[in-house]
Design a protein around this ligand. Sequence first.
Ligand code: XMP
Ligand code: MG
Length: 181
Amino acid sequence: MNTIQIEDKAFEILLENDNICKRTRLIGIQLNVDYENRCPIFIGVLNGSFLFMADLLKEITVSCEVGFIKVSSYEGAESSGKIKQAFGLPTDLFERDIIIVEDIVDTGFTLDYIIAEIKKQEPASVKVCSLLLKPKALKAPIEELEYVGFEIANEFVVGYGLDYNGLGRNLKDIYRAKTVS
Ligand code: XMP
Ligand code: MG
C-alpha cells in the first residue's frame, strides 16, 4: 500500500522495509568492525526504536549487552524540546562503550539529554546510532552521532516503530505525512 490514512492524516511511502533492512545490515557490519573486543552496551530509546533495535541487534556478531530506556517528552506531531525524565537507565556504565539506538533525531534535544545523563557515569565512550536524521531540524551538531541510516527532510514520519498519536508503530515500512496542496 503506497498511501495510508491514520486518523486525520494521510501518509505516503518513504522507505520500504527491504531498504531499511539493507541499510541496517550495513550499519551492523560497521559496528561489528568498530566494536570488536569491546563488548559494547546497546541502549535503545523506547518506544520508537524497538523494531530498529531488534533488526540491528540481529546483525551484531560481537559480544554485547542490550538495554532500553524510556524518555517522555514528545506530544503530537511537533517536538516539544521539553524533556521530562529518563527511565530505566542502567547504572553500571562506568568505563563501558555505549551505543545509543534511536529511531529518529529531530531537534536533537532528546539525544542531548540522554547523552548528558549517560556521561555522568563516566563511560569509556558514547556513540549514537539513529535510523533516521532530520538534518535541517537539528538545533546543534551532535558529535556522538556516528551511525545514521537515512537523512530525511523536515517532515513527519510514521511506521517501523514511529507513531502518530500512538498509532502506526507496527507498520513494516516508513511513511511521510502528505502535504495538503
Ligand atoms: P528531538 O526533537 O528531541 O525528537 O530530536 C526526537 C524524538 O521525537 C520524536 N519524533 C518523531 N516521531 N515521527 C515520529 O513518530 C517523526 O517524524 C518524529 N520526529 C521526532 C521521536 O520520538 C524522537 O525520538
Ligand atoms: Mg524516539
